[in-house]
Design a protein around this ligand. Structure first.
Ligand SMILES: Nc1ncnc2c1ncn2[C@@H]1O[C@H](COP(=O)(O)OP(=O)(O)OP(=O)(O)O)[C@@H](O)[C@H]1O
Ligand SMILES: [Mg+2]
Length: 293
């Protein structure tokens, strides 16, 4: 059996004493991969990304898996995956793509490459006047303010024109300001999953009543859907706009604006890939892996 590493962290590894509330997603992903890997002659090995180098002996490729704590240790994480790549282990997705994807400013690159992106103002540390000006800039009555580096909607705020922040308010982080897109509550957000640039499956995520964040932490729900061809094509265009070689896996999160889908995020590091909503999840991944080892 050829060995593939699935990087994880103490919060997601089975048997660890402080598993996260969402660690079952790790188990679902690992189980779906193992099912498809065995017939392809691949063995999946779960490895803490902080494990000593010897833990990677005999591993031909690593998936970034569920490294859901790397954000606070980004430089050590980069050094680790760059070290693995230097040993000749295929790292998926590759370190240079991870570096590109960690700051949401990558959305500007996608836009320049022709992908449809939510209109965004990039502001270093906005104050109350910047937010007031943003309402007029976008011609909208509600805004979303997000961190340029962040996940899980941490630090995210939403302002209504009738209740803007006070003039001496400061966000305190590098920010991205977007018009609030009402489709999030009317229709939801889509996640399109691609293996090797080929569409695999699509999920629609909807928010709980009175909420606009679709994360399960805020009561969001998800369902598998069969998207129309033009929506798949919009997501595919985003994958094509990603720099470098075609990524092994990609999750493109999109929302409708003026009738067409626009990118919310391109998740290329450690996204949950919704294995239970896919058919042949592990087999598709195995096929893409065998092309790289
Ligand atoms: N412009 C917007 N209009 C409406 N809703 C939005 C907008 N931007 C973000 N949201 C809502 O907030 C959620 C979190 O935003 P986003 O995905 O950009 O941030 P994140 O912190 O990277 O979160 P995660 O990593 O968990 O996906 C979205 O899934 C969506 O529900
Ligand atoms: Mg998101």
């Amino acid at each position: 059996m050829r060995r593939v590493g699935f990087l994880a962290c103490p919060g997601t590894l089975p048997g660890s004493s402080d598993r996260r509330a969402d660690a079952h997603e790790h188990d679902l992903q690992v189980a779906a991969l193992r099912e498809g890997f065995a017939p392809a002659g691949l063995e999946l090995v779960e490895i803490d990304w902080r494990a000593p180098e010897s833990a990677f002996d005999g591993i031909e490729l690593v998936l970034l898996g569920t490294v859901w704590d790397y954000q606070d240790h980004a430089e050590r994480f980069f050094a680790t995956i760059e070290g693995l790549a230097a040993r000749g282990i295929a790292v998926c997705n590759p370190p240079e793509l991870v570096r590109w994807n960690i700051e949401k400013t990558y959305l500007r690159d996608l836009e320049q490459a022709g992908a449809p992106v939510i209109p965004t103002l990039w502001l270093d540390d906005p104050n109350g006047a910047d937010i007031a000006a943003a309402f007029d800039y976008f011609g909208c009555d509600r805004l979303v303010v997000k961190r340029q580096v962040g996940a899980g909607a941490e630090g995210q705020m939403s302002f209504d024109r009738t209740a803007p922040p006070s003039p001496d308010w400061r966000y305190g982080h590098r920010a991205m300001v977007q018009p609030f897109l009402p489709a999030i509550v009317e229709e939801g957000e889509y996640s399109f999953v691609f293996f090797d640039g080929e569409f695999s499956h699509c999920i629609r995520k909807t928010a709980a009543p009175g909420e606009y964040r679709i994360q399960s932490l805020y009561g969001g729900k998800e369902e598998a859907i069969d998207p129309p061809a033009e929506d798949i094509a919009s997501a595919q265009a985003v994958v094509r706009a990603i720099p470098g070689d075609t990524p092994l896996y990609a999750r493109i999160d999109m929302i409708r604006q003026d009738g067409a889908l626009a990118v919310m995020e391109a998740e290329l590091i450690e996204p949950y890939l919704y294995p239970e909503q896919a058919t042949g999840f592990g087999a598709r991944m195995a096929e893409a892996i065998l092309k790289r080892i």
